[in-house]
Design a protein around this ligand. Structure first.
Ligand SMILES: *Cc1c(COP(=O)(O)O)cnc(C)c1O
Length: 394
C-alpha cells in the first residue's frame, strides 16, 4: 500500500495529516482496511455514521432512490425532501427549514437568515454577531468568521465583520458584548472540535433569556452534538431551551453529505425567494437518506441505546482518569465524550489504531469518543481493553 500513500501526498492539496490507514469497507461497529485488518470504530467518520456501517435498510433506501431520481434542483419539488424536512422539523421543534450539502453551509444559511431578520427589523445592515471561544462552525468564510480558534481564522482575514467572541460558559462575558446592534448569538450546546465542552444549564438558559429579552437571534449549532448523540435528538432539549435557528449535518445523512438549517416561523419568514439557495441542497438522493435516517433512529431505538450505553462508557472513561495520572479529565454528554491528557495525543493514536481501535482527537490533548450510536456495552469493553493496554505502555 506504500505506493498509495506516496501518491496521495503528491495529489492532495495538503490540508490534513492523515493516519496511514486505507479504509475499505465497514460492517456495524467495525471498519476494515484494504489489507483486511479489522478495527473497532469509536469515531464514526467524525460523529457521522450513527447507524453503523452497512445498514441494510439504509443502503436499500439509497439504492431505490438512485434508480428513481438523483437530482431535481430546488426549482421543482421532490417528495423525499418534503418528507425528510417534516421529520427534521418534528424532531427539532422548529417551524421551517432548508437542506444544504454540508455543515458549514448550514451555518452560512443560519447566519445569513439572522442577518436578514435584523435587516428587515432595523432597515439597515449594521448587525453584530457574538460567537464563543473554542467554538467550531466550519471552514467556509462565514462559518470561519464565527469559529473561535484564532489559528483557523488568522490567515484568511478579513472575514465577515462585526463578530466578537465571548467566553463559553461565562454569561457575563456575553452580556458585556451585547449592544443594540447585536443580531445573533451562535454557539454549540456541546462544543465538539474545540475540545468537548458541554454548556452549563445556567449558561444556556441565561443566553436564551437574554436573547428573548433583546430580540437577539439564538443560533444553536447541533451539527456534532445533535442527532441523538447526547441522548436526546438534539442536545438543547436537555437544557429545556429552544433556539431560534438550529443547524444540523454530520449524522443527519449518516454518510451522505447533507446539512440543514431550521428556524422558528418568525425568523424563517425573513428570507424571501432569491435571498439564499443551493443547486444540490435537499436533492432527492440526500433527502431519501435523511428520511430513512429518521425512520431508523426510531425503529432501532437509537436514543434508548445511547441512554443505556453512555453511562457505561462514562464510568469506564472515569476509571481511566483515576488510573492514569497523565489523564486530567473526562468531559462530555452522552456518546460525545472526551478525555483530556496532560500531553499531546498525536503519537498515542496511531498505536491505538495499530491494535485495531479507531479513535480520533479533538484538539491537541483530547481524545474524542464518538462511536456509532448502535454501540453496545461489549464494544465499550473491547474499546476499554485496547485503550487501557496502550495507556499502560506509556
Ligand atoms: C463538523 C462541524 C461543522 C462543519 O461541518 P462540515 O460538514 O464539515 O462543513 C460545523 N459545526 C460543527 C459543530 C461541527 O462539528
Amino acid at each position: 500500500m506504500m505506493g498509495y500513500f506516496e501518491d496521495a501526498d503528491k495529489l492532495f492539496i495538503p490540508m490534513y495529516s492523515r493516519y496511514k490507514i486505507i479504509l475499505d469497507h465497514g460492517d456495524g461497529m467495525y471498519l476494515y482496511d484494504t489489507e483486511g485488518k479489522k478495527y473497532l470504530d469509536f469515531a464514526a467518520g467524525i460523529s457521522v455514521f450513527a447507524l453503523g456501517y452497512n445498514n441494510k435498510a439504509y443502503n436499500d433506501a439509497l439504492k431505490t432512490q438512485i434508480d428513481k431520481l438523483l437530482h431535481t434542483s430546488n426549482l421543482f419539488f421532490n417528495i423525499p425532501a418534503i418528507e425528510a424536512l417534516k421529520k427534521l422539523l418534528d424532531a427539532s421543534g422548529m417551524d421551517k427549514g432548508f437542506f444544504t450539502n454540508s455543515g458549514t453551509e448550514a451555518v452560512e444559511g443560519a447566519v445569513k437568515l439572522a442577518r436578514k431578520y435584523y435587516y428587515k427589523k432595523k432597515g439597515k445592515a449594521d448587525s453584530k454577531i457574538i460567537a464563543m471561544n473554542h467554538s467550531f462552525h466550519g471552514r467556509s468564510m462565514g462559518a470561519l468568521s464565527v469559529t473561535g480558534t484564532k489559528k483557523y481564522r488568522e490567515a484568511f482575514e478579513p472575514l465577515i465583520g462585526g463578530v466578537a467572541f465571548a467566553e463559553f460558559n461565562n454569561l457575563e462575558s456575553v452580556m458585556e458584548l451585547v449592544d443594540d446592534n447585536t443580531c445573533a448569538i451562535i454557539m454549540e450546546p456541546v462544543q465538539g472540535e474545540g475540545g468537548i465542552y458541554p454548556a452549563t444549564k445556567e449558561f444556556i438558559q441565561g443566553i436564551r433569556k437574554l436573547c428573548t429579552e433583546k430580540d437577539i437571534v439564538l443560533i444553536f449549532d447541533e451539527i456534532q452534538c445533535g442527532m441523538g448523540r447526547t441522548g436526546s435528538m438534539f442536545a438543547y432539549e436537555q437544557y429545556g431551551v429552544k433556539p431560534d435557528i438550529m443547524t444540523s449535518a454530520k449524522a443527519l445523512g449518516c454518510g451522505i453529505p447533507v446539512g440543514a438549517f431550521a428556524a422558528v416561523e418568525r425568523i424563517a419568514n425573513a428570507f424571501e425567494p432569491g435571498d439564499h439557495g443551493t443547486t444540490y441542497g435537499g436533492n432527492p438522493f440526500a433527502a431519501a437518506a435523511v428520511s430513512k435516517v429518521f425512520d431508523l433512529y426510531e425503529s432501532e431505538k437509537l436514543l434508548d441505546n445511547v441512554n443505556e450505553v453512555a453511562p457505561y462508557l462514562i464510568s469506564k472513561l472515569d476509571g481511566l482518569v483515576k488510573k492514569y495520572d497523565f489523564i486530567s479529565e473526562r468531559r462530555g454528554m452522552g456518546l460525545l465524550q472526551g478525555l483530556e491528557f496532560r500531553m499531546p495525543v498525536k503519537d498515542l493514536l496511531p498505536k491505538v489504531h495499530s491494535k485495531g481501535l479507531i479513535l480520533i482527537s479533538a484538539g491537541e490533548r483530547i481524545i474524542r469518543f464518538v462511536p456509532p450510536l448502535i454501540v453496545r456495552k461489549e464494544h465499550v469493553d473491547e474499546m476499554y481493553s485496547i485503550l487501557d493496554q496502550c495507556l499502560s505502555e506509556i
